[in-house]
Every structure is written in C-alpha cells, then in structure tokens.
Design a protein around this ligand. Structure first.
Ligand SMILES: Nc1ncnc2c1ncn2[C@@H]1O[C@H](COP(=O)(O)OP(=O)(O)O)[C@@H](O)[C@H]1O
Ligand SMILES: [Mg+2]
Length: 224
C-alpha cells in the first residue's frame, strides 16, 4: 500500500471533529478523486498525508512506514517522495517559471546549471516552453498552475497530492490541466485529486473517496 489510514480522526484544537474514524488503503499507480462539499475535510486529509497535520487518533502509514514513529530527521526524505499542488499556486513572485519549477531540486542542493535542461523539458511538457523566463504576474491562472504542477513533479514523486488544482481556472484550462494529471498517472505517478466540482468527477471513470460528515466512503465514478 502507498498510503493507509487506520482509524484516523482529526480535531482542530477543541473544535468539532473534522475527520472521524477514517480507514483507507491506496494502491500505487491509481488516480483517486477526493471529493465532498466545501469544509468536508479534503484539504485536512491531504495535510495528514503530507505530514503538515498529525491525527488526533489513529495511524497514517506512508510507504509502509508508520509516520507517528518517524524521527524528525526522516521527514525531508519522505516529503521528497511526495508532490503537492495547491489551488492558489503558491509560486514565488520574483522567480521565473524556470526558477520556480527548479526550486525543489535547488533546495535539495542541485545547481541551476545541472538542472536547467531537465526543468526546461518539463516546462515544455506542460506547454510553457515559450514562457520559461516569465514571472508569475506575467502568466495566466492556468499557466501559473502548470508551473506549480511542474514544480510538484520535478522530483519525480511517487505520490502527487493536488488540492483543488482546477478551482481557480476557466473550464478550458481545467481540461488541459486534467489531461496533464492523467498523463502523469499513466507514467506511473499515483494521484489524489481533491475537488468539490462534481462535474469533473463525473467525467472520468476513477475511484472516488468522498467525505461527508467526517466519514469517508469509497466508490467508483462512472464516466458519463
Ligand atoms: N487550521 C485549522 N484550524 C481550525 N479549523 C480548521 C483548520 N483547517 C480547517 N479547519 C476546519 O476544518 C473543516 C474542514 O476544512 P478543510 O479540510 O479545509 O475542508 P475542505 O478542503 O474539504 O474544504 C472546516 O470546518 C474548517 O473550518
Ligand atoms: Mg480545501
């Protein structure tokens, strides 16, 4: 299993229970939708996987490791096997598309000269080959999101977490983004694609993790 949740609950401070007794086993290589209305706990569940949040109860097991038992020195290596794409892109404003996408490699110690060819190829793949040196404010929402996707996959993660990646772009850009995620999945990356947009979920025959009232129900979407 790539990810498993065993009786996971999550409460923020003393507030209501956001996630309640979640059990989950995700297989490598699949594309999962994570859905539920706004406030259902989708981002919280992704944060539990990305290790920015700890469960109030239960265990999160990642790559066969019980994350509650990890030493803090083991987190960077674990995170390098994960990629994450946020709804609001979170690009660094003064860096170019190329520099933003190369950032995880540079933070891991690579020199720009060593990685530029690879990152350029990746930006070509997301369709930004002619926008390498543009800064985020010069790019459309869909283009910024494609830079964010390139940055998330530059480390070749085993698991890609995408939190409402099509939430802030028009329908046409959303379709193009969706194609990129499906292609990445075909190449072997496991994907968890969180969205409240049922029209997107309904278009593809994929496993669906649906959150409602803190509980998780797994099903399979039937493409219309
Ligand atoms: N850091 C936080 N502190 C307190 N409450 C939070 C925090 N993050 C999220 N919540 C609450 O948890 C619930 C689930 O939020 P979230 O995971 O963002 O849902 P979704 O992504 O499905 O919209 C909401 O009621 C939200 O207000
Ligand atoms: Mg959210």
């Amino acid at each position: 299993m790539l990810v498993s949740f065993e009786h996971v609950s999550l409460r923020y401070q003393a507030s209501h229970t956001v996630l309640s007794d979640i059990n989950l086993a995700l297989m490598p290589g699949l594309f999962y939708f994570l859905t539920g209305s706004s406030g259902a706990g989708k981002s919280s569940l992704l944060r539990l996987i990305y290790q920015i949040e700890k469960p109030s109860e239960g265990r999160v097991v990642l790559f066969d490791k019980d994350t509650s038992q990890l030493h803090h020195s083991e987190f960077p290596a674990l995170r390098r096997r994960l990629g994450i794409v946020f709804q609001d892109f979170r690009l660094i404003p003064h860096l170019t598309a190329l520099e933003n996408a190369a950032l995880p490699l540079c933070l891991a110690g690579a020199k720009p000269s060593q990685v530029n060819a690879h990152v350029t190829e990746l930006l070509n793949w997301v369709g930004l080959g002619d926008r390498l040196h543009a800064r985020p404010f010069e790019l459309s929402g869909g283009e910024q999101q494609r830079v964010a996707i390139a940055r998330a996959v530059v480390n070749k993660p085993k698991l890609l977490l995408a939190d409402e990646p099509t939430g802030n772009v028009d329908d046409e850009s959303a379709k193009k983004l969706m194609r990129l995620f499906l292609e990445l999945n075909k190449m072997g990356t496991t994907i968890i694609f969180a969205t409240h947009q049922q029209n997107i979920v309904k278009q593809y025959a994929k496993p669906v993790l649906r959150l409602k009232n803190g509980r998780l129900v797994t099903s399979f979407s039937e493409a219309a």
